[in-house]
Design a protein around this ligand. Structure first.
Ligand code: GSH
Length: 207
């Protein structure tokens, strides 16, 4: 397998974390962001959207981070059960939590101060708080992980966002104790520490 994508991307981090949890061997091509390469013919032939991550597995090229996670779970028969609950939380991550998270990350890290908007940041933080409350309700039955007691690709898809969220807004989980306990659990995993709890300094806008 070949993974394409810079390790500073949260979407690439999802795949790096999953590959490590599954103990899979792969080659890594660092493209995107300051590394460029997304318009090179070799990469452009793999994905019409020219974004990372892309996973080449034999003759197949898979793009969209959650599609890649599902592919890895199916391929190995691990980290994907129960599929219904896993899928629900992965879609929740894509639709409810990640969009406002990306918005605040751009406000705080990627945009020059003069291009930032206090209104966009406030609205996005409200959307994050609402999503975290839903996550807290989902975890309130005492389950250890999102889809049940077992760690799955849903924990990876959603959990990848929290290192940066807590770095930027340390009190984010003050009102969601179940989310805080779940996050502490997944943040203790060695592969989270290796691939997710890392510096994102290369993404900071240079003013
Ligand atoms: N929904 C896609 C989003 C892919 C995406 O937006 N990737 C970003 C990095 S997180 C990208 O390729 N940006 C251009 C770049 O890195 O140069 C996924 O989950 O894979």
């Amino acid at each position: 397998m070949i993974l394409w994508g810079r390790a500073s991307s949260v979407n690439v981090q999802k795949v790096l974390w999953a590959l490590a949890e599954l103990d899979l061997t792969y080659a890594h091509r660092t493209v995107g962001g300051k590394y460029g390469g997304l318009d090179d013919p070799a990469f452009a032939a793999l994905t019409p959207v020219r974004k990372v991550p892309v996973l080449q597995d034999g003759d197949v090229a898979i793009w969209e981070s959650h599609a890649i996670l599902r592919h890895l779970a199916r391929r190995t028969g691990r980290l994907g059960d129960p599929p219904g609950a896993v899928d629900s939380w992965m879609e929740f991550g894509s639709t409810a939590l990640q969009p406002p998270f990306i918005a605040v990350f751009w406000q705080r890290v990627r945009l020059l101060p003069q291009d930032r908007s206090a209104g966009v940041e406030a609205d996005s933080l409200a959307a994050i708080a609402s999503a975290l409350a839903m996550l807290d309700t989902g975890l309130s039955d005492g389950r250890a992980h999102l889809a049940g007691d077992a760690f799955t690709i849903a924990d990876i898809a959603v959990g990848c966002l929290f290192h940066r969220l807590l770095d930027l807004y340390p009190d984010s989980l003050a009102d969601t104790p179940h989310v805080a306990a779940w996050h502490a659990r997944i943040a203790g995993r060695p592969h989270y520490r290796a691939w997710v709890a890392v510096s994102y300094d290369e993404l900071r806008v240079q003013g």
